[in-house]
Design a protein around this ligand. Structure first.
Ligand code: NAD
Length: 476
């Protein structure tokens, strides 16, 4: 969005409302203006929730299917423009942004198809001695109230798609607050959805300062459900604040890749580096710890360094660039400090830890103690800490030793190892010989412990949590 498109107008239902204030969004690489957005205050939030609450969708399953399919087609046809906007506001490389646009298309394709499916059940009631010759039927209804959605900065399009597509598929009304760091793509998506035929009352994007507007989105009486993706501190604040509302909380991660002694070390190092650096390491399911058996640790480490050196990082708009900036200079400084701290505690810096503004290089540190902050807490950037272990018991213990439980990757072909990892890793998913982030946009996704309260996302599960099941019984 060019700066001249700056506007303080916010779409609330079918109305355009002037907020009188705008916020600037800066390009993390150039420091230039990426765009401006209207700043909603409490009045606009209340107006948006009221407009959404008053609206009752009459869209058929086929209508919703068509809107989602048209949205996917529109997004695909404007890949270049959308990817440029994602890159401008987030600093993610154009390669990462183009990939993200493709993922968002998949979200809408799956949501459209899922809208056509009916998972209603029929229970015959003559099952016991005191049964009757009746039947109980189930159906899913949209929520009575509004859905509040709050999204993080790291996937400006796809995180929003994962909220709104299941909401459309289930005939709900949603108000969404994107990250104030990357709000431009969410506004563009809202325009595309209108173009695809979505009634504007069904999706409203509220941009503004979370300190001013977030609590209203969590506590308003007409909000039935809060769906949040972001970090643990805000997730726990929401858990305390959104009282007697359904909550879907997708929080941080600290995912390991575990490399056993029988692994294909080349494959494991490729997965480890890809999992660590894609999206500038800013994925909830990025590889944040590399646990490697000491028998193959030397070769694995050598290969990870080689692959880290091969990552082209720099100008995010350059089509050759693999890795752009992280979200801002403060984040990059944080990684530098964490790595310096790890080195002061005995880790060996093998590559990187170079920073220029918000640009932070791929970084490899070896001989990392599993108890130090760089691996005990979530390091949401392109840092590859290598931890060595001797036995599978030790690998499982280290893996489970943080507060997080999102996903994991294990590199081995031994079924006895795989069986143990699947049953003993305290996580939401285990990917054998794949990165922790591997999934379909359709499949159940989400973590346990501090990574989430176990209510999953992914189009199918999100549609379940966005609906109420009603039963009715008939004499036939
Ligand atoms: P964040 O928690 O700082 O912010 C997330 C959102 O919360 C933003 O929209 C922000 O404006 C909003 N917010 C701020 N204050 C709020 C308040 N008081 N009440 C309600 N909302 C408020 O997260 P971030 O830095 O944007 O994103 C990075 C984090 O997100 C990482 O921890 C990452 O692991 C996590 N994440 C998790 C998943 C998942 O699916 N589990 C996916 C992506 C990112």
């Amino acid at each position: 969005m060019p700066p001249e498109a700056a506007s303080d107008r916010l779409r609330v239902g079918a109305e355009l409302v002037r907020t009188g204030r705008v916020a600037e969004v800066r390009n993390p690489y150039t420091g230039g203006l990426a765009g401006t957005v209207p700043m909603a205050g409490l009045a606009e939030v209340r107006r948006a929730i009221a407009a959404a609450r008053a609206y009752r969708s009459t869209l058929s399953r086929y209508d919703r299917y068509q809107i989602c399919q048209r949205a996917a087609a529109l997004i695909r046809s404007r890949t270049e423009e959308i990817a440029n906007l994602i890159t401008a506001e987030s600093g993610l490389s154009k390669k990462d942004s183009v990939y993200e646009v493709g993922r968002a298309c998949d979200v809408f394709l799956f949501a459209g198809n899922a809208a056509l499916q009916d998972d209603g059940q029929v229970f015959s009631c003559d099952l016991t001695a005191h049964g009757k010759r009746r039947k109980v039927y189930t159906l899913r209804e949209p929520l009575q109230g509004v859905i509040s959605a709050i999204t993080p900065f790291n996937h400006p399009l796809n995180q929003v798609a994962h909220k709104v597509a299941p909401s459309i598929a289930t005939n709900n009304r949603m108000v969404l607050k994107p990250s104030e760091k990357t709000p431009l793509t969410a506004l563009l998506l809202a325009d595309l959805l209108c173009e695809a035929g979505l009634p504007p009352e069904m999706f409203c994007v509220l941009t503004g300062d979370p300190r001013e507007i977030a609590d209203e989105l969590l506590t308003h009486a007409d909000v039935d459900l809060v769906t949040f993706t972001g970090g643990v501190p805000i997730g726990k604040h929401i858990a305390r604040t959104a009282v007697y509302k359904r909550q879907v909380l997708e929080l941080g991660g600290n995912d390991p890749i575990i490399v056993m002694e029988d692994a294909d070390v080349e494959e494991a190092a490729t997965l480890a580096a890809a999992g660590s650096y894609k999206n500038s390491g800013q994925r909830c399911t990025a590889v944040k710890r590399m646990l490697v058996h000491e028998a193959v640790a030397a070769r694995f480490t050598e290969l990870v360094v080689e692959k880290s050196r091969a990552v082209v990082y720099g100008d995010p708009m350059d089509p050759r660039t693999d890795m752009g900036t992280v979200i801002d200079e403060a984040a990059a400084r944080g990684f530098e400090e964490k790595v310096n701290d790890a080195v002061s505690r005995g880790a060996r810096l093998l590559y990187g830890n170079v920073r220029r503004g918000a640009l932070y290089s791929p970084t490899v540190i070896d001989q990392v103690d599993p108890a130090i902050p760089v691996v005990k807490t979530e390091t949401f950037g392109p840092v590859s800490p290598i931890i060595r272990f001797r036995t599978i018991d030790e690998a499982i213990r280290i893996s489970n030793s943080t507060d997080f439980g999102l996903s994991s990757a294990v590199c081995t072909n031994r079924l006895d190892y795989i069986t143990r990892f699947v049953s003993e890793l305290n996580v939401g998913s285990v990917n054998v010989r794949e990165v922790p982030g591997y999934r379909l946009e359709l499949t159940p996704f989400g973590g346990i412990k501090d990574s989430g309260i176990g209510i999953k996302e992914g189009v199918q599960e999100a549609m379940k949590s966005f609906t109420n099941v009603k039963t009715y019984s008939l004499p036939w």
